[in-house]
Design a protein around this ligand. Structure first.
Ligand code: PLP
Length: 352
């Protein structure tokens, strides 16, 4: 830290992204990316923009917003786009949290929420998940603060029903409820259909997971038009050109290739179910996943041990050192072939 760094950041602990090795020797099952290439339509449209990079992109992202409004059956003014959904989450913290309004989220959830809160000096409360790692919705009633729920949750993979989401919304009429649906396409039920019904709901999604575009950085939020207006005010103060030309056109391609996304999600779900079944035979407990990853724990071997052994065998998974989940590994679902290699390697490790 330099002597010039603002005092207010003296305690800052930045978010640690999963490993992104430069060489291709690893089977990457550690950061929940899609193993499938982006849609061909997306690549083709992104390419058309390369020669126009001398010009700024459209700050309103109108072409993409139009496509998305059609696909998601919402109004154009009910969508905002961001440089990844992480940026949207940043806008939400800036727009709705301050000295008086803190944040609440689960003790085990997406690590970026607490990082944002710390950065902005926002107070937050962590609500422990139940013993089985599911959310107890009553714990979120009348929270008096902005609520962040990843649904399905990460890294547990567990889904909360839409009726439970509605209970949280109804019991927090005067507070914003953010439902982060980064993984909803792998078996969850989206709350987007509720944005007209609840004035306090913001649904966040991303192109990074089910849409094979983690490298393009494109995320979005859906909410009633007043909330979207708030978020746009923040966006225009930070980075009006937050979505670059190539990414925006790639996004249009993805929207016009919905069948490809759905097909890939089906493949992931089927590889997931197969992997869970195989892991169970090998002494693992897997939490019920509605995502593109599995959160699994072995009856004897520790999480760090398995992580290290897999890495020696050129397979990367994610291991978390925090006390409550240190016996687990988060394993991203790759192609069926990758999962077969993974299971074979796990068999070796368990046998030893
Ligand atoms: C991956 C992830 C995000 C961030 O996705 P980007 O759009 O790539 O920034 C947000 N929330 C959760 C729960 C995630 O797992």
């Amino acid at each position: 830290m330099s002597r010039f760094f603002s005092q207010k950041y003296s305690q800052l602990i930045p978010y640690t992204p999963g490993e992104q090795p430069k060489d291709n020797k690893y089977i990457k099952l550690n950061t929940n990316e899609s193993p499938f290439k982006p849609s061909k339509k997306a690549i083709k449209l992104a390419k058309t923009q390369a020669k126009r990079l001398n010009l700024y992109p459209d700050p309103t992202c109108s072409i993409l917003i139009r496509e998305m409004a059609k696909t998601f059956c919402v109004k154009e003014n009910q969508i905002i786009l961001g440089n990844g959904s992480d940026e949207i989450l940043n806008y939400i913290f800036l727009a709705y949290c301050d000295n008086n309004k803190g944040a609440v989220f689960a003790d085990i959830t997406y690590g970026f929420y607490s990082v944002q809160a710390d950065l902005l000096g926002v107070k937050y409360k962590k609500i422990p998940l139940k013993e089985d790692f599911s959310i107890c919705v009553e714990d979120y009633f009348n929270a008096g603060n902005v609520i962040f729920i990843a649904n399905p949750n990460a890294p547990t993979g567990i889904n909360l029903s839409l009726s439970d989401v509605e209970k949280v919304l109804i019991n927090n009429k005067d507070d914003i409820v953010v439902i982060d649906e980064a993984y909803v396409d792998f078996g969850g039920d989206s709350a987007i259909k509720l944005i007209d019904k609840y004035q306090n709901l913001i649904v966040v999604q991303t192109f990074s997971k089910s849409r094979s575009m983690a490298g393009a950085r494109l995320g979005m939020a859906f909410a009633n038009e007043n909330l979207i207006q708030d978020l746009n005010s923040i966006k225009y103060c930070i980075n009006p050109y937050n979505v670059n030309k190539m990414t925006m056109c790639a996004g249009v391609g993805v929207m016009r290739d919905q069948r490809y996304t759905l097909l890939n999600c089906k493949k992931i779900i089927s590889a997931r179910e197969w992997t869970v079944c195989e892991l169970s035979k090998l002494g693992f407990t897997c939490l019920p996943s509605k995502t593109n990853f599995i959160f699994a724990k072995h009856c004897k071997l520790g999480g760090e041990f398995i992580y290290k052994k897999l890495k020696e065998n050129n397979i990367l998974v994610r291991y978390f050192s925090s006390e409550r989940i240190k016996d687990f590994n988060r394993i991203t679902i790759g192609t069926k072939k990758q999962m077969e290699v993974f299971v074979d390697t796990i068999k070796q490790i368990v046998k030893e």
